[in-house]
Design a binder for this molecule. Sequence first.
Ligand code: ACO
Length: 379
Amino acid sequence: MMVCEYRPGLEGIPAAQSAISNVDGQKGILEYRGIPIEELASKSTFLETAYLLIWGKLPTSEELTVFEHEVRQNRPIKYRIRDMMKCFPESGHPMDALQASAAALGLFYSRRDLDNPAYIRDAVVRLLANIPTMVATFQLMRCGDDAVRPHSELDYAANFLYMLNEEIPDPLAARIFDVCLILHAEHTMNASTFSARVTASTLTDPYAVVASAVGTLGGPLHGGANEEVIQMLEDIGSVENVRPYIEDRLQRKAKIMGFGHRVYKVKDPRATILQKLAEQLFAKFGHDKYYDIAQEIETFVGQKLGHKGVYPNVDFYSGLVYRKLGIPTDFFTPIFAIARVAGWLAHWKEQLGENRIFRPTQVYNGKQNVPYIPIEQRR
Ligand code: ACO
């Protein structure tokens, strides 16, 4: 067996072979199944992109129509899951609510028929359809409202905004939100995808796979960063405060949220697309100071950290876009999860294709042969 050196965070160590997405961090390229992200963002829809990621090819018109219909039909969640969600504390984080709700689906669909394509398809459709409803349901319930019914006339993105805000969204807002979902749908072997693949490798059910990935996505170094970006913009409060604030953080060796990436050493291509979407949104729905503050941060952090390859990542502008769409800050990460379910499911399916359970090794650096001290002699 080949013995590898220990690398914290498994940096640079391949954890799987995958044909789902590709990143070139030096050139700022991201492709899903070989198609550049810019092409998908301008021409595709989230559900078409999800199909591409999961089944490896763009659907025909008929295949897409059937898939969209199946997802639409599966939007309502089981009343028992809704009732279970009523017991969640309103002060809880929506990511925890989502993780628990996704895991609960496994109670209803516990049969594991992983060799059966119909089982795989059912699980894919159910998870893509149910996760947005779960996210919106928690928001309405914590505000004291009953869960809204999904709108059967609206497409995936517009329906989510409808469920969340209880009004039919503006078409530009819905299209921008759909593009945000495309941009967040997949990103190679990130922490939550790795978590999904490790869980999948035990041949557990897909609901446990998604629940484990949701738990991993929630941390501030991963999906949680976009919430912290908004906090940072609010703390800064004005363009004049940007430079002293950033200087102070850097002196304290604190990270600037929304900047830096393990893989990208140039500006994340998703950040470039999101910045343009933010411009469109602000042009249509009114300019506000947070866009100017963000621009100044990007300029100044570029001057300070550009030489280290630290540039805006996907989270820097996504928070700004979601805020303008009227989405509560603690829902930014659940929205990331709604999108990333597509990537997790693609990896689940790929992992099942040539599965070997993950069982890495470790470098033991603890004591050995330590005598057991009776409790009364311990200090
Ligand atoms: N602010 C300040 N300095 C930074 C930042 C940052 N955001 N990111 C990296 N650096 C510094 C590192 O401290 C390091 O400095 P050093 O060489 O003097 O020690 C140098 O830049 C290189 O860092 P990397 O090795 O490129 O970063 P790493 O791979 O360890 O971490 C990470 C990547 C965790 C994303 C980091 O950049 C970070 O914490 N960013 C802020 C949180 C964030 O935005 N997360 C979202 C990531 S995208 C996503 O998950 C969807």
